[in-house]
Design a protein. Structure first.
Length: 400
């Protein structure tokens, strides 16, 4: 009998999401009765605001929502997204420049598919969200990491980007606030990077899903607001998941020049068609309804942010840059490597994360998921008591 034809080489090269993998392991241990505290998932612990849920419930009684709707999204939702884009990103767009997607991840995937050709190099500031390099590879692009460490507050410079640029560079990934670091670029830093990209004709894929989660008076200026000329070569990615505690509703979107958005729309028409209509109606309510609870979430995240940073800093060998956005702390833990703890001597952040899980029953994501080793990502989007207990377990583990 003839041997079966091989599986896809492209998909075989794609790694599982590291953050979801760690979160799944933590949940499995919890289900088995282990008192594991998990900082792995970037998921708010709050319930979706009730007025959003009520909008979805009301939509269930409208038969129009049981049918196919435009693959690019409900017209009324695209209008609301255009209004938000003007309000928060300073860019006036036509609803025809918007595609509503099944979460921000689909928007990221489609953005790369729309502007990357085989062999194109994509500048990827590191630390980066674990999905970016895989989405680039799926578009037959080549991710080129540009690393900025804790000494730079995890923010790359124009000089670094220029040093990494070649004649094959066609795309830059720009994320502020950052997942995994929480770093927020200043207006001046954003402007400098945007002007550099425009000068060299480089596409920008700007992930703005955390733009409303900023602290200490910081503002996540959109790159298209800082450099209006950049709008002609920028795709913005966003969604309701983080700001409104709607991770499971799966509604995101992409905004960009009409020619690029048309390509993404064509792809989505074959890939998934329209996003669930009930979820779209819920997202519409989120964007157009009262923002009181979203602000309460932000205030709670700020409180947790200050707590986790101050407590992590008490661990000798840990350096914690102050995150001004999102809901992640990204400590530099190189000072903990090579030191024996309970019979184990971790030499990488991957080994360190395993040690912390085994000995302290705390789940964190190692830096290898986001770039170089020597760092950990901790999401503080969990309850206050669990947050404090988990860090104190780590303090006990690494105490002298």
């Amino acid at each position: 009998m003839t041997e079966r034809a091989p599986l896809s080489r492209k998909l075989s090269a794609i790694a599982e999401s590291a953050t979801l993998k760690v979160d799944a392991k933590a949940k499995a241990l919890q289900a088995a009765g282990r008192p594991v505290i998990s900082y792995a998932a970037g998921e708010p612990d709050f319930a979706t605001p009730s007025f959003i849920v009520d909008a979805a419930s009301h939509a269930l009684h409208d038969p129009a929502n049981f049918r196919y709707t435009p693959a690019v999204g409900l017209p009324v939702l695209r209008e609301a997204i255009a209004a938000k884009t003007l309000r928060d990103s300073g860019l006036e767009v036509d609803p025809a420049q918007i595609v509503v997607t099944n979460g921000g991840k689909q928007a990221v995937y489609q953005a790369f598919q729309a502007v990357v050709n085989p062999g194109d190099e994509v500048l990827l500031p590191a630390p980066y969200w674990t999905t970016y390099p895989e989405a680039i590879a799926l578009a037959d692009g080549v991710p080129v990491e540009v690393f900025a460490g804790a000494d730079q507050d995890y923010k790359v410079t124009v000089a670094q980007l220029e040093a990494a640029r070649t004649d094959r560079t066609t795309v830059l990934v720009f994320v502020s606030p950052s997942n995994p670091t929480g770093a927020v670029y200043t207006l001046e830093e954003t402007k400098a990077i945007g002007e550099w990209a425009v000068e060299h004709g480089i596409w920008i894929i700007s992930d703005e899903i955390y733009q409303n989660l900023v602290y200490e008076g910081a503002r996540a200026a959109s790159i298209v607001e800082a450099v209006p000329d950049a709008a002609a070569q920028t795709i913005l990615v966003n969604g309701v998941a983080k700001t409104y505690a709607m991770t499971g509703w799966r509604v995101g979107w992409m905004v960009g020049p009409k020619d690029a958005i048309k390509l993404a729309a064509n792809l989505q028409s074959h890939l998934s068609s329209n996003v669930n209509n009930i979820a779209q109606r819920a997202a519409l309510a989120a964007l157009t309804g009262p923002q009181t609870e979203a602000e309460e979430f932000r205030v709670a995240f700020d409180r947790r942010r200050r707590l986790i940073v101050s407590e992590l800093a008490k661990i000798e060998g840990v350096v914690v840059p102050n995150p001004l956005g999102a809901f992640y702390a990204y400590p530099d833990v190189r000072g903990l490597l090579g030191r024996e703890r309970r019979g184990k001597t971790p030499t990488s952040s991957l080994e360190l994360a395993d040690l912390i899980l085994e000995e302290a029953e705390v789940a964190v994501v190692p830096g290898e998921a986001f770039g170089p080793s020597g760092y950990l990502r901790l999401s503080y989007a969990l309850g206050d008591e669990a947050l404090l207990e988990g860090v104190r377990r780590m303090q006990d583990l690494f105490s002298a």
